[in-house]
Design a protein around this ligand. Structure first.
Ligand SMILES: Nc1nc2[nH]c(O)nc2c(=O)[nH]1
Length: 452
């Protein structure tokens, strides 16, 4: 039962029920679970591993609720730099279609390393195409190697261009095969227990790439196993127009009719939700992954986050795939969430502490977890620390907690997942970092070469 003591933090942000911020803060964990939180003087003075966090702000590990990790092999593709969602997808589908198992493993390793080195301890991933023998297993194995808590969602596309969908026919799968593979990966990998490191969710890609039947059957299957459900919804006006034209209803009604509302569901984006849909999500406990950088990058609009929060919707933050961000940095996402709400709704729309809450506790709730997102007894020892001597924080001693969101965005000095150090002095220490970067670069170069 190894013990861990993190002590002498300038401020320890708990996100506990009282939202305490403890000066000279400390945390004591045993076997990956927090036992005590308080001042350094109040806690045990020794442990198997003692980490001195003087000069740091310590926070709950950041929780990323939406990603497409494979997309980090296709950052800043010139032809997709300036397109809206549908044009962007149509440009990138053929490149993504050339990937295989090795691409999934390499991109998952690099994407999670990037997240870990910026303070994220739990990430969701939405893998929705499986070309050339790729499987969800590839991403889960890579995530296990890095040591981040991982919500792998088994995505799917079944309606290709010839049937009125957006993706090329070559990238869609047979619906019976999709459902069979969903069962297989849930039965193989899903861990429902508290402090689980791997959970599996069911995630048909979007209304314009799967059938109504697959949406409905996926929901039934997910509920029969008690796993989470995830998809893209109401991302931009083209997405809403597709829903109205093809299904005769707005995205919220479409989701509700097919069983896609409830506390076990979190939808990505929701930029174009109207007041009625926000009410539906609040009543049903449906969660939202807000992805401000991607929404700006793809010109999708400003999600009604202020209104969702006021209505009581569970909102978390997601970095989205690195082809539409093109970064994977949760504090950058929190910063953009704050700035974007203020552009739309004025200076009081979102505070730094609210943005930090979306990035921690909000994400945990959206993923249906009450064991992460806060530093309190009985929660997982998922911890991030940011070094206040970084130039990004120079002069920000006025309010180091707000500085995490207003300044920077800073990289993490320390990231601990389940009591295990994953990032130390800013570097991921669980895998061979340089080798992983070299392998990823070689795969990206080959994709570029084959595109010319
Ligand atoms: N931002 C994104 N939106 C999407 N919709 C869809 O069907 N796929 C995507 C995607 O990869 N990113």
């Amino acid at each position: 039962m190894p013990t861990l003591l993190i002590r002498r933090a300038d401020v320890l942000v708990t996100m506990d029920d009282g939202r305490r911020e403890i000066a000279d803060g400390a945390l004591f964990a045993r076997d990956g679970v927090i036992e005590q939180v308080g001042t350094t003087a109040e806690l045990p003075q020794t442990a198997d591993r003692v980490i001195d966090m003087a000069g740091r702000v310590v926070t709950p590990g950041l929780v990323n609720t939406h990603h497409h990790l494979y997309q980090n092999l296709t950052r800043v593709v010139p032809a997709a730099q300036d397109a809206l969602l549908f044009g962007w997808l149509k440009t990138l589908y053929p490149i993504w279609g050339r990937m295989g198992p090795e691409h999934i493993r390499a991109s998952t390793t690099i994407g999670l390393m990037e997240l870990a080195e910026t303070g994220c301890t739990t990430s969701s991933d939405h893998l929705y195409m499986f070309p050339n023998g790729a499987r969800l297993d590839d991403s889960i194995e890579a995530a296990t190697g890095i040591g981040l808590r991982f919500h792998a969602t088994r995505g799917s596309m079944s309606i290709g261009e010839s049937k009125g969908g957006l993706p090329p026919d070559a990238l869609v799968e047979d619906e019976a095969a999709i459902l069979r593979d969903c069962r297989r990966v849930i039965e193989t990998f899903h861990d429902p227990s508290r402090f689980a490191m791997v959970r599996v969710g069911v995630a048909p890609c979007s209304p314009f790439s799967v059938s109504r039947e697959l949406m409905r059957d996926s929901a039934e299957l997910a509920r029969s196993y008690g796993v989470g459900m995830h998809t893209h919804l109401a991302e931009n006006v083209e997405d809403v127009a597709y829903s109205l034209e093809r299904f005769g209803v707005r995205p919220g009604a479409y989701a509700e009719a097919l069983g896609w509302c409830g506390p076990d569901v979190w939808h990505a984006h929701c930029v174009q939700l109207d007041a009625e849909e926000i009410g539906l999500f609040a009543r049903s406990g449906t969660g939202v992954a807000h992805c401000p950088c991607s929404n700006m990058r793809l010109g999708s609009g400003v999600a009604p986050v202020r209104e969702m929060m006021a209505a009581g919707v569970s909102v978390g933050l997601g970095v989205d795939g690195s082809a539409s961000n093109d970064s994977g940095h949760m504090l950058a996402e929190a910063r953009q969430a704050l700035l974007l709400q203020r552009v739309a709704k004025g200076g009081a729309a979102l505070t730094a502490r609210q943005a930090l809450e979306l990035a921690t506790l909000g994400g945990a709730k959206a993923l249906g977890r009450d064991d992460i997102g806060a530093l309190a007894p009985g929660k997982a020892a998922d911890v991030s620390a940011f070094d206040l001597s970084d130039v990004a924080f120079a002069g920000a001693q006025w309010d180091p907690v707000a500085a995490l969101v207003f300044c920077g965005p800073a990289r993490a000095d320390l990231t601990v997942v389940n009591g295990r150090v994953v990032v130390e002095r800013g570097r991921c220490v669980t895998v061979d970092r340089e080798m992983a970067l070299e392998r990823h670069a070689a795969l990206a170069r080959a994709l570029i070469h084959d595109s010319h």
